[in-house]
Design a protein around this ligand. Structure first.
Ligand code: HT7
Ligand code: ZN
Length: 883
């Protein structure tokens, strides 16, 4: 397979001005005609025009109305090359035949539950028609769709509907025109039996926009929350970023078969149904929150991605990092900022840190790829969002807004690079960003060490920083990064000290001035070693470092356990309060892992129990914050800190601590369950979600105890639940332990929800991710369950993805989990390479485990790499994992 490099980027020889597409949608085949006005970039240079095309049957090709003969063009399995086009502008016309009904890759044009739909990002448009399938080709499109009217009453594409009508033979047509230039990855078409929930939004300049959410008729009642989310997004983008919607219609379509979450096609967003459909009985609080965030995310792309797009796919984070940052801020503003931040940082640590430390580590802007689909990663998305957040931390809200305003003003209608975003931020603020651009080019998570000292005589407090960036594939040596460290100092009462002058390596860096006291400052750490000294510090403070998690780094400090308990109790920065508890928990877990490995008895530090109890009983705290603060770090996070990941030890230790906490705080947890339960009508707001989160976290703890009374309680919660959040939490609590109660509850749940595939997917995931030993057999059985279908990505993510998340069974020492995944990946790759490559990624950190496991996982990777007809998607991940 061919590797593509950022350094090889070249401007295209030809631009496309207008593109007129026509689709004749049939039951066996679809005919696609494309008429393109081609404009050479440089006048007079008549180089060949290379069009991408995959799985297409060429029917005819014309230039300026004249059909080309053999010799005038060249066709291979991936391209149509017009060998000697005329000089100057010309019209190219192609007619191709495609087979959407046979397209199981869910890329290009395909059928999902009887309806036609498209997915073109990143390089799916080439499966629809011959085209220069690259994002810097921006053109104006029309799209005519013709189809049987009874089978496909609704015909949608981008932009405005300008004509529609009936045709002979029971057919009809629709003609859509998109007035905005766009890259082909934003093209979309939908045709089928759909109904819409309609609403309107009045924009800040008084334009009325029609909003439509399309689903199969039976799902329509479940779109209320999605419509609320869309209107909230439109308003928020006006208020916070000054961005107004630009067309008179905005459509969202929900489809059950979709490789990712959703797609921001211009004015015709297509969504995986799990991110649109919700009712209190069939969706959890987490689903409601995800829908809000993703509807926001796709809507925000209208400006960050669509109006201003990427020059090439290496710049993906330009739109994705920025848009994730925007959706994170949106959800923060509508809920709890601290809780949202905790959730986002946990996600980064659980998924991105391991990627940054493994064989697939790549910079936020990758240098090369074989299949772009493999680079829709947590690094590009989540670390990319952290990079955007750092601009805001450095510039403040107003400076950041000035930067985005300038970015939109300069680049509307253009395909640009990460440097262009950087330059807008810098120029709008006249800012000095030192070597900040390294965040785009150096992979790996910086490790920062801090030591502190207090000089009572001079009343100064010093923080000495040192940083390293571990080697990653292709990058053995790195330069120091520019790391913004937000910091404050707590006095002995736990109050923030007002900050005065700060010196950096002996030179005055900043002076607190103005009438308002400053309690948090942003230290600009840029060198391998650097010292910051705070002046006028009257007593020895406890520093609160990296407030709000101001940079995506691993921070190690010399804070003592007492300091950490103090921060847990007092820090005014909610994130750092949680963080202090997590650091303590990580230390505790690691110490017990050592005990486990030495066959010593496991013990729980009473001071830790006391700290948790204080948080639990602090009625001034947000309930969701408490739920987060009493939740132990995930097993992956602990394994990440070990030389050799000992999955058995970490699993046993986490289970032990949970059970001990449950036993020692049993009464407190019981009180919480009783006080916080409610059978009132479900409301999606922060207060109610927080109440449910705390109650269900307490229930989960209690269920770890061997106790008849608790089993009764959990069953009672299951039976009396009035919404899925409570019902599913109770089911998960019951499912922790094998036995009749578990079997009965799982059977009961399936019986109740078998008609709802999204709920059934949760049922699959709950079982496949179980840590009950030997569960692989059960997962093999579930593969043949009538509700399972290997062609549906959501079902694969639930059953197979869920299984890979189980530390006990996926990493079973007999290799049964690895064998299971190896077999599935090879099978799945033939149907859907994108989904198969997501699944094979579960192997990528095989070198982190003991020798026995390494050999077993490696054997599966070798088997996969040598499989016949392997896709480039899976090949790239598997071969890089083996390297
Ligand atoms: N921009 C969208 C990316 C996407 C995608 C990428 C590869 C294969 C299938 C896909 N479906 C959607 C989604 C987003 O980040 O907004
Ligand atoms: Zn996105």
């Amino acid at each position: 397979p061919k590797e593509i490099f950022l350094k090889d980027y070249k401007l295209p020889d030809y631009y496309f001005d207008t593109v007129d597409l026509s689709f004749l949608l049939g039951e066996e085949k679809t005919i696609v005609s494309a008429k393109i006005c081609v404009v050479p970039r440089v006048d007079g240079a008549a180089s060949p025009l290379v069009l991408d095309g995959v799985d297409l049957k060429l029917i005819s090709v014309k230039i300026n109305g004249n059909e080309l003969k053999e010799g005038d063009f060249h066709l291979d399995t991936r391209h149509l090359i017009l060998t000697s086009p005329p000089s100057g502008n010309f019209i190219s016309e192609t007619v191709t035949e495609i087979l959407p009904q046979k397209n199981t890759s869910l890329e290009g044009l395909y059928k999902s539950s009887g309806n036609f739909c498209t997915q073109c990002e990143a390089e799916g448009f080439r499966k629809i028609t011959f085209y220069q399938d690259r994002p810097d080709i921006m053109a104006k499109y029309t799209c005519r769709i013709e189809a049987d009217k009874s089978l496909y009453p609704v015909l949608l594409s981008n932009g405005n509907l300008i004509e529609q009508g009936d045709l002979e033979g029971g057919k009809h047509f629709a003609l859509w025109e998109d007035p905005f230039k766009k890259p082909c990855y934003l093209f979309a078409l939908v045709a089928g039996q759909l109904e819409s929930r309609d609403d309107t939004f009045s924009t800040c300049s008084g334009r009325k926009v029609t909003l439509r959410i399309w689903t199969p008729p039976e799902d329509l009642p479940k779109t209320e929350h999605a419509m609320y989310s869309l209107k909230a997004s439109m308003k928020w983008d006006e208020d916070v970023f000054g961005r107004e919607y630009d067309l008179d219609i905005f459509n969202i379509v929900s489809v059950p078969d979709f490789n990712m979450g959703a797609m921001e096609n211009k004015s015709l967003n297509i969504f995986n149904s799990k991110l649109v459909l919700a009712s209190p009985e069939t969706a959890t609080d987490a689903d409601y929150a995800a829908i809000l965030g993703v509807i926001g995310h796709e809507y925000f792309h209208n400006w960050t991605g669509n109006r201003v797009t990427c020059r090439d796919w290496f710049q993906l984070s330009l739109k994705e990092g920025l848009t994730v940052f925007r959706d994170q801020e949106f959800s923060s503003d509508l809920g709890s900022r601290t809780v949202k931040r905790i959730g986002d940082v946990s996600k980064l640590r659980t998924y991105q840190f391991p990627q940054d430390a493994g064989p697939m580590a790549h910079p936020v802007r990758p240098h090369s790829y074989i299949k772009m689909d493999n680079f829709y990663t947590v690094t590009v998305y989540e670390k990319g969002a952290e990079v955007v957040r750092m601009y805001k931390t450095l510039l403040g809200s107003q400076g950041f807004r000035k930067g985005t305003d300038l970015y939109f003003e300069r680049h509307d209608g253009q395909a640009v690079t990460c440097e262009d975003f950087f330059a807008a931020m810098r120029d709008a603020n006249d800012a000095d960003f030192a070597n900040f651009l390294l965040w785009y080019s150096q992979a790996g998570t910086p490790v920062v060490n801090v030591t502190s000292s207090y000089n009572a005589e001079a009343c100064t407090f010093s923080l000495k920083f040192s940083q390293t960036l571990p080697p990653t594939p292709g990058q053995p040596v790195k330069e120091p990064m520019f790391i913004p460290v937000a910091a404050g100092l707590l006095d002995s009462n736990g109050k923030d000290m007002p900050l005065s002058s700060i010196y950096r390596d002996g030179k005055l860096e900043s002076v607190a001035s103005g009438s308002q006291p400053v309690y948090t400052t942003v230290l600009r750490v840029t060198k391998a070693e650097e010292e910051f000294v705070f002046a006028d510090v009257p007593e020895k403070p406890v520093p609160s470092l990296l407030r709000g998690y101001s940079a995506p780094i691993r921070l190690h400090s010399d804070l003592t356990d007492d300091d950490l308990f103090f921060l847990l109790a007092h820090d005014s920065d909610g994130f750092n309060r949680w963080e202090a508890g997590q650091i303590l928990a990580r230390k505790l877990m690691l110490s017990q892992v050592v005990n486990f490995q030495k066959d010593n008895a496991l013990v729980l530090d009473p001071q830790f129990v006391h700290g948790i109890k204080c948080i639990l009983l602090d009625s001034s705290l947000d309930k969701e914050f408490i739920a987060k603060a009493i939740t132990l770090p995930g097993e992956g996070e602990i394994m990440d800190m070990m030389e050799v990941a000992d999955t058995d030890a970490v699993h046993a230790v986490r289970k032990f601590i949970r059970k001990q906490l449950a036993s020692e705080l049993k009464q407190e947890f019981l009180n919480l369950v009783k006080e916080k339960r409610s059978t009132e009508k479900y409301v999606f707001d922060h207060a109610n979600m927080a109440r449910r989160a705390l109650k269900n976290t307490a229930l989960g703890y209690l269920a770890s105890l061997e106790d008849e009374e608790i089993t009764e309680l959990v069953l009672h919660e299951y039976k009396t639940a009035t919404n899925l959040t409570d019902q599913f939490s109770a089911l998960a609590a019951i499912a922790q332990k094998p036995g009749k109660a578990r079997d009965d509850a799982l059977a009961d749940f399936y019986n109740q929800w078998q008609h709802d595939y999204l709920v059934v997917n949760k049922w699959f995931a709950l079982q496949s991710s179980s840590d009950i030993p030997g569960n692989v057999e059960n997962v093999y059985k579930l593969l043949t369950h009538p509700a399972f279908d290997l062609k549906n990505p959501n079902k694969v993510y639930s059953l197979i993805g869920g299984f890979c998340a189980s530390p006990v069974n996926f990493h079973a020492k007999d290799g049964s989990g690895y064998k299971f995944l190896g077999e599935i990946v090879v099978q799945l790759d033939k149907l859907n390479p994108q989904v198969a490559s997501r699944m094979v990624s579960a192997f990528s950190r095989w070198k982190r485990y003991d020798e026995t496991r390494q050999n077993l996982a490696k054997a599966q990777l070798e088997m996969i790499v040598s499989a016949n007809g392997l896709s480039e998607n899976v090949y790239e991940i598997a071969s890089k994992s083996l390297a």
